[in-house]
Design a protein around this ligand. Structure first.
Ligand SMILES: O=C(O)CCC(=O)CC(=O)O
Length: 384
């Protein structure tokens, strides 16, 4: 847990404003926002993550519902990280997984380097180990201290989203942010450079880039993925700086695969049985409309059923082919004849399974199934 020295200076014991979702018994997952936004940045992602996690979304000081006085001029990312640890302590959370966007991601990197005992897994989204030096942030802090945030409201959509896309609620967050607290967050960005310490991160780490992000371009996320041992990199097309708001389904898929063991294991088994080419093509075809179904398949069919070792893969292939013949799903049967070969069934054994379906599913069904299987097997043994 946090030592008293780590705790925020706030004398009234105030903690960061936060929102809780999901079962209190589920593993905790903290979600950090970007500069100028609030917990609303996670509106399209957090409810889905809360199916498997106790999700805690928090607001930066002076943003959303957090008191502005929690930080002041010269603030650092370490100060923000201390506030996050104090929040976790106040909720009785010791170890947690963490995902953060931009400044929120920088807080996650700091926690993983300096408080490794607290961080189970880490995801940094549209973020960086450095924010292009201190000058732009010193200038922005000075502007905001002088004139408030009006100018930033006007440019927010262009800084955060691809052309033509916006989320009014997030622009409203920028409008209502406390200028002094915003400037203090700029001070924190100006002083932040964790590049030299990335190799110290032990938590399994995922870096997620928005392909069109001008603030923290994909190269910044690649730098993190290259330096953190074992880290993975995901790039989200059609997303700028606030990827969880602009492409929530793609970010959700990446986060689920990272944080949810069932999904990750399911994807491994799915690839082993159906092959990389099939899974890659299914992923590439995935749209906002089909994303939840794809996730369901990976998590449930592959992460739970095909992963259960009570039956071997050969037996599962035989059962699956039989069920597909019974229901006349011949496209799926073709895929599962290929899978059966990967699972070690010989062409003769596949033929024996289909012969048995002639008894239990009917001769016409088996007739079609033999035609499908013959075509598939001929791909590997021309002339069969
Ligand atoms: O609002 C912007 O211009 C981007 C600011 C940035 O890169 C830091 C952050 O989003 O937390």
């Amino acid at each position: 847990m946090t030592s008293p020295a780590d705790r925020p200076a706030a004398s009234d014991g105030a903690v960061l404003h936060h929102r809780l979702e999901g079962s209190a018994a589920a593993p905790p997952l903290l979600l950090g926002p970007s500069l100028g936004t609030s917990t609303a940045l996670w509106d399209r992602v957090a409810p889905e993550l809360s199916v498997s996690h106790r999700v805690v979304r928090w607001d930066l000081p002076g943003h959303g519902g957090s008191p502005a006085g929690l930080i002041g001029p010269g603030a650092t990312v370490a100060d923000l990280a201390a506030l996050v640890l104090a929040l976790a302590d106040s909720l009785g959370i010791g170890r947690f997984s963490y995902a953060g966007v931009s400044l929120g991601g920088a807080v996650g990197l700091h926690l993983a380097v300096h408080h490794p005992e607290r961080v189970e897994k880490l995801a940094v989204i549209c973020s960086s180990a450095h924010f292009n030096g201190s000058k732009p942030w010193e200038e922005r802090a000075a502007l905001v201290r002088r004139e408030g945030v009006a100018q930033l409201v006007g440019s927010a959509a262009a800084r955060w989203f691809t052309p033509g896309f916006t989320v009014e609620r997030l622009i409203e967050d920028q409008r209502t942010v406390d200028p002094e607290a915003y400037a203090a967050c700029c001070d924190a960005l100006a002083a932040f450079d964790l590049r030299g310490q990335l190799p110290r991160i032990a938590a399994p780490t995922l870096a997620v880039a928005g392909r069109e992000d001008p603030a923290t371009p994909p190269a910044h996320l690649r730098e993190i993925a290259d330096a953190v041992p074992g880290a993975a990199l995901a790039e989200v097309p059609g997303a700028s700086h606030l990827a969880p708001a602009e492409r929530p389904e793609a970010v959700l898929t990446a986060l689920r695969a990272h944080f949810d063991g069932g999904t990750r294991r399911g994807m491994e088994v799915r690839r082993q049985v159906l092959g990389d080419a099939h899974v890659d093509a299914a992923q590439a075809r995935q749209s906002a409309f089909t994303a939840r179904f794809q996730d369901f398949i990976s998590r449930y069919a592959w992460g739970e059923i095909w992963t259960d070792e009570t039956l071997g893969r050969r037996e599962r292939s035989m059962i699956t082919m039989t069920a597909l013949v019974a229901h006349g799903h011949y496209d799926e049967l073709a895929m599962h004849v290929r899978a059966a070969r990967r699972n070690g069934l010989t062409p003769e054994e596949i033929g024996a399974v289909l012969l048995q379906t002639a008894v239990y599913c009917g001769v016409p069904a088996a007739n079609s199934a033999f035609a499908v299987a013959q075509r598939v097997l001929a791909e590997e043994r021309p002339g069969l």
